[in-house]
Design a protein around this ligand. Structure first.
Ligand code: MN
Length: 432
């Protein structure tokens, strides 16, 4: 990873320095979410080790702006908190940090801390709109190669951040079972399609970008301002029925193959928490076009990528029954994105489309260049042609009922604490 440079962001710099001075105190991450304590209503919280802090519950112990912002966390969804923008989230973060590192306030804070195992987690925000991109260049090449070996990328790929509008209503938190979808599929040698359970159910390893401050209809977000509109990120599993997709996707793109369920991790890791792990956007290969000017910003190219490592694990019903640990299917870097998260946001709003606090943008499946970095079964099994061998002797081309998929991610940088994102997991149940 490139040496982290966050001199561009003095506020983040001061935060990181102060956090480093208390490296024995596990608060560098302070991810935002919503939770209900036993017998209580959903409200905003931050995860601290094995506990969740009720943010509004400590508001009156905070100073100035942090107090006002903390009160927004008392609502059952965090849309207003996210919409307050990154300077507000930063003020809250610094206020909480000062409070949590003040030993004289420990007894006063204690009643607002709840053991995480006693709490119910909820979606952090009401997701108004969900858009999924296709920014993983290796995924795009791998999948394109299955259909067009000589010409895997379509001519627009290196100019346009490709995306489609997904479905927000079927996004669920980690831990909610996924019901195998029924759909129309047509075998290559069949005369007509049939309706029934998908036989090629897959996962997609993605990260999700939470929109913070929105933009008004008709008002694009310049690339130099895009970072101000991104509140943070979570893990996303964009479950996909490949056989349904193959039959339905032309001419208008993904539809029922994608919108039956998407799973996200419970916590929003804010951009301030991620400051130490920001890194340079990888240089484009020789001969690739430069991004068009509306997508090109020098600062974004210098530190707009994120040095995260993501991994996917599987636990089949047989592994679970035998008490065996999940098996890692792949591990890869988030820097496999052809576009930065700022470029995705700016492109989305470039036609005047209004993004709102709590909207969710998927990166698209993130695969690295090698076999051990492939972020979907479609790629790992080469379109179902090469079954994957699991340690207990089972094989998989696509997911079977009872399979559980677990996605994790973490950020590392020399001299900084390692931070995680929580699990993004779900199990496949039989079709109705
Ligand atoms: Mn996807």
């Amino acid at each position: 990873m490139t040496q982290t440079d966050f001199t561009h962001d003095p506020a983040a710099q001061s935060w990181v320095k102060s956090a480093q001075g208390h490296s024995d105190f596990p608060v560098q991450n302070l991810p935002l979410g919503t939770f209900a304590p036993p017998g209580g209503k959903p409200c905003g919280g931050v995860a601290i080790g094995d506990e969740i802090l009720d943010v509004a519950g400590v508001a009156e112990m905070l100073d100035g702006e942090a107090r006002t912002i903390a009160l927004l966390a008392g609502q059952p969804t965090l849309n207003d908190l996210l919409g307050a923008g990154n300077p507000a989230l930063r003020a809250l973060r610094h206020g909480l940090f000062r409070l949590l590192t003040d030993a004289s306030r420990e007894a006063a804070v204690r009643p607002a801390l709840h053991p995480a195992t006693d709490c119910t987690l909820h979606l952090p925000a009401r997701i108004g709109d969900y858009t999924d991109f296709y920014s993983g260049i290796h995924h795009a090449v791998n999948v394109g190669s299955l259909f067009r070996p000589d010409n895997p990328l379509l001519p627009n790929y290196k100019y346009v951040p490709i995306g489609y509008h997904g479905r927000a209503s079927s996004i669920r938190l980690s831990g909610v079972d996924v019901v195998r979808p029924n759909g129309q599929t047509k075998a290559p040698d069949a005369d007509a399609p049939a309706f029934g359970p998908s036989k090629r159910l897959d996962y997609e390893l993605e990260m999700a970008i939470w929109v913070g401050r929105g933009n008004a209809l008709g008002c694009p977000v310049p690339i130099g301002e895009a970072a101000d509109h991104i509140a943070g990120i979570s893990i996303l599993n964009d479950w996909s029925a490949r056989d349904v997709q193959a039959w339905e996707y032309q001419p208008l793109g993904p539809f029922l193959a994608k919108n039956f369920h998407s799973t996200i991790s419970p916590w929003i890791v804010t951009m301030d928490a991620l400051a130490p792990y920001r890194t340079a956007q990888p240089a484009r290969p020789e001969g690739d076009p430069a991004p068009l000017p509306y997508l090109l910003d020098a600062a974004d190219q210098r530190h707009g990528a994120l040095g995260l490592t993501m991994e996917v694990l599987i636990r089949t019903a047989r592994m679970r029954a035998a008490g065996e640990a999940p098996h890692r299917l792949s591990q890869g870097p988030m820097t496999a994105m052809y576009w930065t998260i700022a470029q995705l946001l700016t492109h989305h709003a470039s036609n005047g489309c209004n993004l709102a606090p709590g909207d969710l943008l998927g990166t698209g499946t993130l695969s690295g260049p090698t076999d051990s970095e492939k972020g979907s079964l479609l790629e790992l099994s080469a379109g179902g042609k090469h079954p994957i061998a699991l340690p207990n002797g089972e094989t998989r081309t696509f997911l079977e009922d009872g399979d559980e998929i677990i996605i994790r991610a973490h950020a590392d940088a020399p001299g900084f604490a390692r931070i995680g994102f929580g699990d993004c997991r779900a199990m496949i149940c039989p079709a109705p």
